[in-house]
Design a protein around this ligand. Structure first.
Ligand code: ZN
Length: 196
């Protein structure tokens, strides 16, 4: 277990365009080791995604994973269904190119390991396609909808220097403490009606 320090909003590395990796670099011991450390760090946080700039390395690499135990800890089955949130295995995406398939925005609360202590409602496209290289440097295509599409958009934004707090509906931005107290158990429609 090797836990890396997560950079927080205000660190310039989070605002840079991450550089693509060559296949040779992807297969190098250094990048393979980085991927392993990022997995440990993401699971320890815990989080459902982590982009290399978040641990201070400005390369176009991110990892994502959603596990049943994370989801069930914080959401009811109804809330999971509303979010179309289902578990998926560890996925390493390198040099990703994202295409929006279904642009109709869906709005839910979204947080980030780099924006500590705050959360807000962020509109995201419902469905996306991502072309990328996997951890062996092989080309892959992934089509995703619902929560997995949201995570992909969030992580790929990191590689372009964007944070979810850039896209949050400003009047919905709140402390995590208020979120837990007022909105965690409510539907997002109730929160939108009261806040935005
Ligand atoms: Zn993030």
């Amino acid at each position: 277990m090797f836990k890396l320090k997560i950079c927080t909003a205000g660190d310039p590395v989070l605002r840079q365009l991450a550089r693509p990796l060559t296949v040779g670099e992807i297969r190098s011991a250094a990048i393979q080791e980085l991927i392993g450390y990022m997995c440990d760090t993401m699971r320890d946080a815990p989080g459902v995604g982590l982009a290399a700039p978040q641990i201070g390395v400005s390369v176009a690499l991110a990892i994502l994973e959603d596990r049943q135990d994370y989801a069930l800890k914080n959401f009811t089955p109804e809330q999971l269904a509303e979010r179309e949130r289902y578990p998926f295995p560890l996925t390493v995406i390198i040099n990703p190119k994202l295409t929006v398939i279904e642009p109709e925005p869906v709005e839910f609360f979204e947080a980030c390991l780099s924006s500590v202590g705050v959360i807000g409602i962020v509109p995201r496209a419902y469905a996306v396609k991502v072309e990328y290289l996997n951890e062996q440097g092989e080309p892959q295509v992934l089509q995703a909808k619902g929560w997995q599409a949201r995570i992909l958009q969030h992580e790929i934004d990191h590689l372009h220097g964007h944070l979810c707090i850039d896209k949050v509906k400003p009047r919905s931005l709140m402390t995590m403490e208020s979120y837990v107290k007022f909105w965690q158990d409510k539907s997002v429609l109730e929160a939108k009606a009261a806040l935005t």
